[in-house]
Design a protein around this ligand. Structure first.
Ligand code: MD3
Ligand code: FE
Length: 216
């Protein structure tokens, strides 16, 4: 008997209109993505930024591409240079771009041209509070997210902060495409639990490929 869901093949899980999880979609390029993360972090190190309200984020972040996402007491924004050394952000590794475009295309968003990739690093205990991603200029473009390493419990709400929140596990190599009516949904990440991933170690990374808007 052949398995309905063989555990080494990708499969598609609809989340809500506009959003799909492509389970294990990044299987074939995980090592390349990890090498890309290392290359970016060698030039633009992971740092824990300040929120406009003055809190230090538990997630450490860096960026690559024409624009990078930053936060400080002045607010959230995309900018062309790393505030730490005022240099342009590292180029986006080709494997990031290829994976993002393939994922967007297979979720029904052809022509995705990300100009920014935010890289989040979660050590055990790190979390991300419920928020919307709305700093991008054109909200018609989707966001593609790639999970690597330790599993996270992803929180997925609705268009209002008060809407009920679902928990969805995101595992190594799961890719999610968020577009259309899901683009402004509230979402977050529960505190990551300690563990050891055979390839990645005791950490979770998340890549979010974004069309931040400078290229239109
Ligand atoms: C739903 N990152 O960087 S990825 C973020 O795992 C962020 O690091 C989380 O939220 C992480 O902004 C979640 C899943 C995700 C990313 C972007 C979305 C879900 C989204 C944009 C709109 C709706
Ligand atoms: Fe987000």
């Amino acid at each position: 008997m052949t398995d309905l869901f063989p555990d080494d093949e990708p499969w598609v899980e609809p989340v809500t209109p506009g959003a799909v999880i492509l389970r294990r979609f990044a299987r074939g390029c995980a090592r390349e993505l990890l090498a890309g993360i290392d290359a970016v972090a060698a030039r633009a190190p992971f740092r824990q930024m300040q929120t406009p309200g003055g809190f230090t984020m538990s997630v450490a972040m860096t960026s690559c591409g024409a624009l990078g996402w930053v936060t400080d007491r002045q607010g959230y924004r995309y900018q062309p240079r790393d505030p730490q050394d005022l240099q342009p952000w590292p180029l986006m590794p080709p494997a990031f771009l290829t994976l993002g475009q393939q994922a967007a295309e297979s979720a029904g968003f052809p022509g995705f041209m990300p100009d920014s990739c935010l890289i989040n690093r979660y050590l055990p205990g790190a979390r991300m509070a419920l928020h919307q991603d709305k700093d991008e200029r054109d909200l018609r473009a989707p966001i593609v997210s790639v999970s690597l390493g330790l599993t996270a419990r992803f929180l997925f709400g609705g268009l209002s902060r008060r809407d009920p929140v679902r928990q969805i596990p995101l595992e190594h190599c799961d890719v999610v495409v968020w577009g259309g009516p899901a683009r402004l949904a509230y979402h977050g990440i529960m505190p990551v639990r300690p563990g050891e991933h055979p390839l990645v170690g005791g950490v979770r990374y998340n890549l979010t490929l974004r069309q931040s808007g400078k290229n239109e």
